[in-house]
Ligand binder design. Sequence first.
Ligand code: PEP
Length: 363
Amino acid sequence: MILVLNPATGSDSAEYKQLMAHLANLPGISTRIHTEVGSEQTLTEVYLIGNTKALPIEDMQSLPCVEHVVRISEEYRVLGRHKNDHRPTHFDYNGVRFGQDTLNVFAGLCAVDTLEHVELMMQALRDNGQVCTRMGAYKPRTSPYSFQGHGKACLPYVFELAGKYGIKVIAMEITHESHVEEICEALYRTGNSTGVMLQIGTRNTQNFELLKIVGRQQDFPVLLKRGFGITLDESLNAAEYLASEGNRKVVFGLRGMKTNMADPHRNFVDFAHVPVVKRLTRMPVCIDPSHSVGMRAASPEGILDIVNATAQGVIAGANMILVDFHPVPGKALVDGPQALLIRELPLFLEDVRIARESYEQRV
Ligand code: PEP
């Protein structure tokens, strides 16, 4: 059971103390408190753990300072949607709202290669009114001999250029807890206002120790990608690892499934799951058409498969798009064949706008 407290009641108020004293006297029940400071208000939730089945909801509801009570099911306790659950389906980070009602495009480089390419990308984003991007510094690769990313060496110029071009949030994959420290340090040193969304890739979806560590920090929101060879339920539980440790600023990413049915695409596109994840949980849902489709091939009408897949995901209600662009895909050090050209960005964004309009007309 979750008691959602009235935002007006502070933790040093008499009402709050009375509530805690009452809860301490309930036999066999322990409490866990989650407080989140948002841009609009502070949200405090008190989780009652133990045998709560016998507790009458009405009694809990009538306690001073309790705004409403949520009786939670076992599944996805923190991030899930439960009966009578009015908790928010959005969060704000660095001036950008991420929610089940919004849509943010993160076009950018799969892997940072040169400073010049980063600058060309960010300039194009600024010129097209974009404030988010993706920039890969730490790249998990199949072969140990492939380019592994520039790591912390590229962070200073990535963050400085992001500040220069007004980029507010960069999605950046991390594969180890030390990367979080390196990002924090580089952000501090460059001293600009750019934010980072930590990305946990499909190879680490069930790296539970990493999830717990990332879940314990509240500085950065997290984009958790679905595991490519596990069930949706297993991936949603992985997201719950982040939230149960304290960080519920989680976006869930669909990036295609590995299957022998995917041919000719790199992965089997799973964007029909967008509304499913939104129905089961309160997380915004991201689509990654680049890693799902994996190549530029075009239909006879000349529409690229990646662009088609993006439209499908947006019409299904996607809230975030992670998509690879590159100034010279032939020179990209990672995943060049799936990168769109920078000059294609305006048309891509226009296509997204049309698909979003279509989604809004349907709901
Ligand atoms: C990526 O986004 O660069 C990436 C490696 O994605 P995934 O974890 O989905 O393979």
